[in-house]
Structures are given as C-alpha cells and as structure tokens.
Write a protein that binds this ligand. Structure first.
Ligand code: G
Ligand code: MN
Length: 353
C-alpha cells in the first residue's frame, strides 16, 4: 500500500515496488490520470488502474477506457463501492499474472496484446530497436547469389513476433511510421552492399497509401533500381484506391514488384491483373514436402510455366531440404530461398550451396 501526492511521485514508487491496484484522480497537478496510466503501462502491463474524477466529461471517460483503465468512477464514490471495485481489480490482476505464468510454463508463444496505453509504450520502444534480417535468394542452377529478402526483427520482448508488431502498428495507426523505418534501414544496407545484389522489401498494403513510398527523394526510392517490392497475396488490396496507378508510379521510380505468398492468399487473379508483377514468390505451403507430393508438383509446374510465359521470375520460398530444392529446380523455379541455403541474419549471410 502506498500513497502519492501527484503523478510524478506515483511513478517513482511504481518503479521500485509492485502494486496490486492503482487508484488515481484524473485531474491532478502536473500529470493527468490518463498520462499516469500511460506511464504505468510502461512499467507494468497488468496492474489495474482505477480512475476517479469529480468532473465527468465524456471525452475523459472514453479516453480512460480506451487507454485501458480498469474502471472509471465519478466522485463522490461510496467507500464500499470503491472497496468492491478495488477487490475485484486485485483478483483480476492475480488472474492476469497467473495467465502469463501458465503461458510461460507451457512455453507458448502467444500474442501479448494489451490495452491501448501499453501498446503505445511497447510500440514506441519497439520502433527504437528494430533491425532487419536478410535472407539470401539464390539461383541454384548457377550456384549464384541473386539477392536478399529483408525481414523485420525487433528486440522489444513483448513485440518480438513480426505479425504482432504489425498488428499493433495497425491498431495504433502507425503502419506508415513502421514502413518508413524499415525502408530507411534497408536503404542503408543497400548503400553498403555490392552493386549487383537485389533487395526484396515487404510492403504492407497500407504502405501503398503513404506518400513517402512514392517520394523520389525518399531513402529507398533513390535505390529503386536495386529493389523489388513484395506485395502479399494474403492481404486484400480492395481498400486501396487506384492500385494500378500506384503500382505504375512505383515502377516509374524504378522499383520492380513481386506478388508474395502466391498460392496462400485469396482465390482469383485480382492481385495479378492489378499488379502485373515482375516476380512471383510461391508460398512455402506449396514448397513443403513437394518432393513427395504429386499434387503440389502439378500445381507448381503449371504456375511456374504460366508465370515464366508471362515474363515473370519465379521464386520458391521456405526451401528446407535437398529434395524440395531439386524438385523445385526440375519444375522450373528460377530462384530459391530458405533455411537450406541460409537463415535470415544481420549483415547479409552467405548462402551454402
Ligand atoms: O511472408 P514472407 O514470405 O515474407 O515471410 C518469410 C518468413 O519465413 C520469414 O519470417 C522467415 O524467417 C521465414 N522463413 C524463411 N525461410 C524459411 C524456411 O526455409 N522455412 C521456414 N519454415 N520459414 C522460413
Ligand atoms: Mn516476403
């Protein structure tokens, strides 16, 4: 149990001790209760925060809940009511801790999605420690390196999975910030690398709405001739206005375009007709065990033949075994990528042939 005169003092106490529940006014000198809530989430993802105010405005109430306050009480608050809320909050806090513990015991990698305040704090931290891993894409026939795919990695422990990081960026409306950090980071790597190497960079559909992607002076645009932008088949482009026009602008800057995860996404050919890709990347689900699965072989042979006929380069991703490699080669896949050649890593790992 502890008391604090204002937000700053509460923060000091929070950084040295654990609490079951936090009860705070919204209107306070210096730091508001909402700001305190945000700071609390930087230190503790689970502790319930109960906010009180004598001046209930709709906006603060909405904010309080949106930012993950456990409850919002209007003063005067009867003592028994407050005690009841605090007790309930403490119990749910213990439950939250037990849940984390059980996930750790089970060794499960789950999404650690939290409330808005904790997401903002974690995302800000994540942006500070993003780095790119690079995985080689090789021409197996020629035993030659073709290029690298840049894959996002992040040291923030609660957002270490790329899918989580992207989901939180989306929820917070920060996808453009993330895309810009990625593109700047890749452009630095390209500057330091051999001029013959091509770099594959994943786009999020939302990036197609970021003016920075289309700016000729943006860091990656200045190296567009060495970059293939990957657009996944898994996400829908329906929301994006004038996809064709946007793709045309990217080509005019010098970028080449790939359709990623082909075979895993929506049925139909809308991504193809809209994007007319230079490169197609077959999804790993088609690659896995292809050496023993006749159906996959038929599909991949037909896809590779068609795409090559349309002048597209075909890349197979997620190649893990020599059997998969040899089968894909025989089916007409020009370029291969996967753990068999190298895992994604910093500093442009060399492929093993
Ligand atoms: O969505 P996209 O295809 O861009 O994602 C590639 C992901 O696949 C990366 O996260 C990368 O680490 C992973 N990956 C790369 N090579 C292999 C592989 O050979 N096997 C498996 N299982 N995953 C791979
Ligand atoms: Mn990709």
């Amino acid at each position: 149990m502890g008391t604090a005169e204002d937000g700053a003092e509460a923060q000091v106490q929070l950084s040295s001790a654990r609490f079951d529940v936090i009860v705070s006014d919204i209107g306070m000198p210096g730091m508001s209760g909402i700001e305190l809530l945000r700071a609390v989430r930087g230190l503790d993802l689970d502790v319930p925060v109960i906010l009180m105010t004598g001046d209930p405005g709709l906006r603060t109430a909405i904010q309080a809940v949106e930012f993950g306050a456990f409850k919002y009480l209007t003063k005067p608050v009867a003592k028994d009511d407050l005690l009841g809320v605090v007790e309930r909050a403490a119990k749910l806090h213990r439950l939250a801790l037990l849940k984390r513990e059980s996930l750790a015991v089970l060794g499960q990698q789950t999404m650690q999605l939290g409330d808005r305040a904790s997401e903002e704090v974690r995302f800000e931290r994540a942006l500070q420690c993003i780095w790119m891993a690079y995985q080689p894409i090789v021409s197996w026939r020629e035993r030659r390196l073709f290029g690298y795919e840049a894959l996002i990695r992040c040291e923030e422990p609660t957002l270490s999975r790329p899918d989580e990081l992207l989901l939180v960026a989306e929820r917070l409306g920060h996808l453009h910030d993330l895309g810009r950090v990625i593109r700047t980071s890749v452009s630095r790597q390209i500057e330091r690398s051999d001029p013959g190497t091509t770099f594959f960079v994943n786009l999020h559909a939302a990036d197609l709405e970021d003016e920075d992607l289309f700016a000729a002076a943006a860091p990656l645009s200045r190296m567009a001739g060495r970059v293939v932008l990957e657009i996944t088949e898994r996400a829908s482009l329906e929301r994006i206005k004038d996809v064709r026009g946007r793709i045309r602008l990217l080509r005019r800057l010098g970028f080449r375009i790939a359709v990623d995860d082909l075979g895993a996404g929506y049925a139909g050919l809308s991504s193809f007709t809209q994007i007319e890709p230079d490169v197609v990347k077959l999804d790993m689900s088609l690659v896995r065990d292809i050496d023993t699965q006749a159906t996959k072989q038929r599909v991949v042979r037909a896809m590779a033949e068609l795409c090559r006929g349309l002048g597209m380069i075909v890349v197979a991703e997620g190649v893990e075994t020599p059997g998969e490699r040899d089968t894909l080669d025989g089916l007409g896949c020009d370029l291969l990528q996967g753990y068999l050649f190298a895992r994604p890593a910093r500093d442009l790992p060399s492929p093993a042939y």
